[in-house]
Ligand binder design. Structure first.
Ligand code: TYD
Length: 140
């Protein structure tokens, strides 16, 4: 399976009508995990790079509910970039995948859903450490 096949682009259904748009995300249904944590990033701009980590346990779905941003996704072998620019679109990022979020529009609100509660210990924030840990897992 390629990296792009693992990191699915999610197209959420629009339940809107003449009164406005409505998007519903249900854990284990619309997205491939039960939701334990929700956070959102705003007030970033096109000069900052966020993320810059991989996670031993956490899976994520990223959605720009307003504005836009880009996500560079890599496993150290393959790499691709997703532009998040629609509230009806998300990207699923499994565990042990490196991601950088950047190029935030000034009105960007990046909503992040995760299957885990926060645990700083499961974050790999150094790319070389990530590659080493990945190699270790693959050799087991
Ligand atoms: P960080 O992981 O650097 O943010 P991002 O990946 O979005 O660029 O997190 C910034 C700070 O917030 C850091 O001190 C850890 C803390 N934090 C939590 O306490 N809980 C969380 O769920 C997240 C995502 C971060």
């Amino acid at each position: 399976m390629t990296l792009q096949e693992k990191c699915t682009i999610l197209d959420f259904k629009d339940l809107g009508d003449e009164r406005g748009k409505l998007v519903v995300i249900e854990g284990g249904m619309t997205i491939p995990f039960e939701i334990a944590r929700v956070f959102y990033i705003y007030g970033s701009d096109d000069t900052v790079v966020r993320g810059q980590h991989a996670n031993k346990k956490s899976e994520f779905v990223l959605i720009n509910v307003a504005g836009s941003s880009k996500v560079r996704i890599t496993d150290g072998k393959e790499e691709f970039i997703v532009e998040l620019n629609r509230p009806m679109m998300g990207v699923y990022i499994p565990k042990m995948i490196w991601k950088d979020m950047y190029d935030f529009s000034s009105d960007s609100v990046l909503l992040v859903l995760s299957n885990t509660h926060y645990d700083g210990e499961e974050y790999l924030r150094n790319f070389d450490d990530y590659m080493e840990y990945k190699k270790k897992l693959e050799s087991e």
